[in-house]
Design a protein around this ligand. Structure first.
Ligand code: TUI
Length: 307
């Protein structure tokens, strides 16, 4: 499992933590990095100064590399992009858009840039713009998703680019990691499983909702306005779906979900809140430390791959 990614990022194992909004804060990022993966601070919709504080707090907990994810739909993306350079971060991932306008600044600062892509076209474009690797994220993922599955996207992206490909979406154990490697990936990005880690600050109601989830418990909302989001079914997804079917405008739907991810993550409102999680939630059965998760997954993947 000695691929190009651990060397590129200065980490031990080919495992990257997803840059999940509200969830990927300093405790989780530091725990994943300490365990030998790459922990990420999720910029999400936070202002630059909040991200700066998160970076500084994470650095107090670990001297190992940590990265930052820039959510490109955020009104604060420009500020976060600059904060990353100022704080000496060495790895950036981006999501929900095309990060071209920041690439020159980041490359000049010696930052490894890893855009999350949901299509071959964007992967090829990112390689041309100097990306160091791409995360090919399938629609099994939680949160904002594309259309392709991980099984179909990863090999097509791996064939289309020469830079390393990191698989994401539906991966939560060593079998998933081994399968991703078989598809041509050189690392994986994992989100949902780390949400239920002991170091994750997510409300226990949210963790229990994932632990109790069955395979079919997630739903995708927002397709009607071009921003599909996967979360666990509840009162919120039912209400959203009903309003979508009634043809409500993007603004009305946005208003409905305002603050609901925060309410689920921090307050534990898993009924009217947005409980983003991937389809692999049905397989996730217990809270463990990030170290236990990573070691268990690496051992299982190693055996399967005969390494
Ligand atoms: O970004 C994510 N996952 C996210 S972001 C997020 S916050 C949010 N909440 C509500 C609505 C929208 C965002 C929650 N989860 N994953 C990475 C990802 N990127 N998935 C899909 C994409 C993507 C999709 C289309 C990236 C680029 C793209 O096209 C860009 C272009 O210009 O071609």
């Amino acid at each position: 499992m000695n691929t190009r990614i651990p060397q590129l990022l200065g980490i031990e194992y080919p495992i990257i933590q997803g840059g999940m909004a509200w969830v990927a804060e300093h405790h989780l990022a530091a725990a994943v990095s300490e365990a030998g993966g790459l922990g990420l601070i999720g910029g999400a919709n936070a202002p630059g100064e909040v991200v700066r504080e998160e970076i500084r707090k994470a650095k107090k907990l670990t001297s190992k590399p940590i990265g930052v994810n820039v959510m490109l739909l955020s009104p604060h993306a420009d500020d976060v992009a600059k904060v990353i350079v100022e704080e000496g971060i060495k790895v950036v991932t981006t999501g929900a858009g095309n990060p071209e306008k920041y690439m020159e600044m980041w490359k000049a600062a010696g930052i490894k840039v890893i855009p999350v892509v949901a299509s071959v076209a964007l992967a090829k474009r990112m390689e041309r713009y100097g990306a160091d690797a791409v995360v090919a994220e399938g629609c099994e993922s939680g949160g904002h998703i594309g259309e392709q599955t991980t099984m179909t996207l990863v090999p097509q992206v791996a064939d289309a680019v020469s830079i390393p490909v990191i698989a994401a979406g539906g991966i939560g154990d060593g079998r998933g990691i081994a399968a991703a490697f078989m598809l041509g990936a050189e690392a994986v990005q994992i989100g949902t499983r780390f949400v239920v880690s002991k170091e994750s600050i997510v409300h226990d109601n949210y963790k229990q909702r994932i632990i109790k989830a069955k395979d079919i418990d997630s739903a995708v909302t927002g397709r009607s306005h071009g921003h599909p989001v996967r979360s666990l079914r509840n009162q919120m997804t039912r209400e959203y779906t009903k309003l979508e079917e009634e043809g409500k405008s993007f603004e009305e739907l946005e208003y409905l979900t305002l603050g609901t991810l925060r309410n689920a993550v921090l307050e534990g409102d898993v009924i009217n809140g947005t409980v983003m999680a991937g389809q692999i939630a049905g397989m996730i059965s217990k809270e463990q430390t990030c170290k236990e998760m990573i070691e268990e997954m690496m051992e299982q993947a190693g055996k399967l791959l005969g390494r």
